[in-house]
Design a protein around this ligand. Structure first.
Ligand SMILES: Nc1ncnc2c1ncn2[C@@H]1O[C@H](COP(=O)(O)OP(=O)(O)OP(=O)(O)O)[C@@H](O)[C@H]1O
Ligand code: SF4
Ligand SMILES: [Mg+2]
Length: 412
């Protein structure tokens, strides 16, 4: 049973220009001690999705279900939500400066966080805990630094302080929204390493929101790729990197450095994400999709199981030792480790037994066996497109092929 099980979550915002459909029927689960990476371009709904779980989308219309440890977060009264926010579910944002109050010391803020949920604890006890936590997340001389103001910390230290605050109440789930985007590569790697270590120590579940597939390679167990407020593809990390089905996922892989999908050069995804007020009919990705077919213009694909159900998959949606990305804080290096690692060979009766059917889902009309990056799989895609494309879809495909690369977006 997942710690968090979200079903058909929808979030929209009425605005003067029309209804912004920020999240359009998203379902996912995350288990204790596991990490779900949520990736997608800017504006795909990643932040709204997670903020809505915590009642932090004022003015938003929310429907669906989000069962967290037996409690439905959707529609939860404010007083109950306050008990869960911070204590049961902690959030780490991209920019700690917006979350840390500039006029209070870091230590005071951690103490307040602890005391707001554990009222019986004294100030002195909470301060001791804050010092311990700062030491735990790698702040040097924590007994002295506990009295510093946020501006006296470096960017990496502020993010460590945010993590200390996030773990101060032993949350069951941490939502990290682009926690390393503002940091340089070395500090980013250290922070990811820290999150992994803390997670392993305490069996915390982690929702890692990022636009960076390198971060996903470092830290996630499973991945949900979002496009225009919907899940385009959901799979184990391994399947997302080696067996992508959705052309948008394939596009993300091709647009990042060091990926075998990208080859020698980065291929931007043509065009820009759509307006969430005026979404394209059918598949929302169709104006940018090189594989666009006739039915894509009118029929919206649902998430269905893809891939070969008889293919061997590593146990527990994990990895062979060879393919396990390192968590040694090497950032892009770790990503290359995953990239170059071979697929685990199928071994009858071994840990590499077939994974549960349906783990890998994609919302795309291409055939279910069009997963992967090989020429053979490309031939399957091309054949489907040849059979399914005439008039209008052919014109869109021509326009996409002719579009200058500068009009596309590179995600990394
Ligand atoms: N309060 C609001 N009112 C109207 N529209 C909103 C509101 N909050 C978010 N949106 C819109 O919802 C969409 C999804 O935004 P969201 O912040 O979730 O994207 P994101 O995937 O997190 O992007 P980024 O990678 O840039 O952080 C955007 O089009 C955004 O403009
Ligand atoms: S449904 Fe059609 S347009 Fe959408 S991603 Fe698949 S092939 Fe492309
Ligand atoms: Mg965001």
């Amino acid at each position: 049973m997942s710690l968090l099980e979200v079903t058909d979550l929808q979030v929209s915002f009425p605005t003067a220009d029309g209804l912004v459909q920020a999240v359009r029927g998203v379902s996912f689960g995350v288990e204790r001690g596991r990490t779900l990476g949520i990736v997608g371009e800017s504006g795909s709904g990643k932040t709204v999705l997670t903020q809505s779980l915590l009642g932090l989308t004022p003015g938003g219309r929310i429907s669906g279900k989000a069962m967290f440890d037996g409690v439905n977060l959707v529609g939860l009264p404010n007083n109950q939500m306050r008990e869960i926010r911070g204590k049961e579910i902690a959030v780490i944002f991209q920019d700690p400066l917006t979350s840390l109050h500039p006029l209070y010391t870091v230590g005071w803020q951690i103490v307040e966080m602890i005391r707001s949920h554990e009222r019986s604890i004294s100030k002195a006890q909470a301060t001791e805990r804050a010092i311990e936590l700062l030491g735990h997340v790698g702040i040097p001389r924590p007994r002295e630094r506990v009295s510093d103001y946020p501006h006296q910390f470096s960017g990496g230290m502020r993010q460590r302080a945010m993590i200390a605050m996030a773990i101060s109440l032993n949350p069951k789930l941490i939502i990290a929204d682009e926690p390393t985007t503002a940091l340089d590569a070395t500090v980013q790697a250290q922070i990811l390493d820290l999150l992994l270590r803390l997670q392993q120590d305490s069996d915390t579940a982690l929702l890692m929101i990022t636009h960076d597939l390198g971060v996903v390679a470092d830290i996630a167990d499973n991945v949900m790729v979002m496009y225009a407020g919907r899940a385009a593809e959901k799979a184990t990390k391994r399947d997302i990197f080696y067996q992508p089905h959705h052309p948008y996922t394939k596009g993300l892989l091709e647009s990042i450095p060091h990926s075998s999908a990208a080859g020698d050069r980065l291929i931007p995804i043509t065009g820009q994400p759509p307006s969430l007020i005026r979404l394209p009919p059918g598949c929302a990705f169709h104006p940018r999709c090189a594989y666009v077919m006739d039915r894509c213009l009118s029929d919206q694909p649902g998430l269905v199981a893809v891939g070969d159900p008889n293919r061997a998959a590593p146990a527990s949606m994990g990895y062979s030792d060879a393919a396990q990305p390192t968590s040694d804080g090497l950032g892009g290096q770790s990503w290359r480790t995953l990239d170059e690692a071979p697929l685990a060979a199928p071994t009858a009766g071994s840990a590499a037994s077939p994974g549960p059917i349906g783990d890998h889902r994609s919302a795309c009309w291409l055939p279910a066996d069009a997963t992967g990056l090989s020429e053979k799989v490309e031939a399957v895609r091309v054949q489907a497109v040849e059979m399914g494309r005439t008039g209008k879809a052919a014109k869109i495909a021509e326009a996409i092929a002719a579009a200058p690369e500068s009009e596309g977006s590179v995600i990394a």
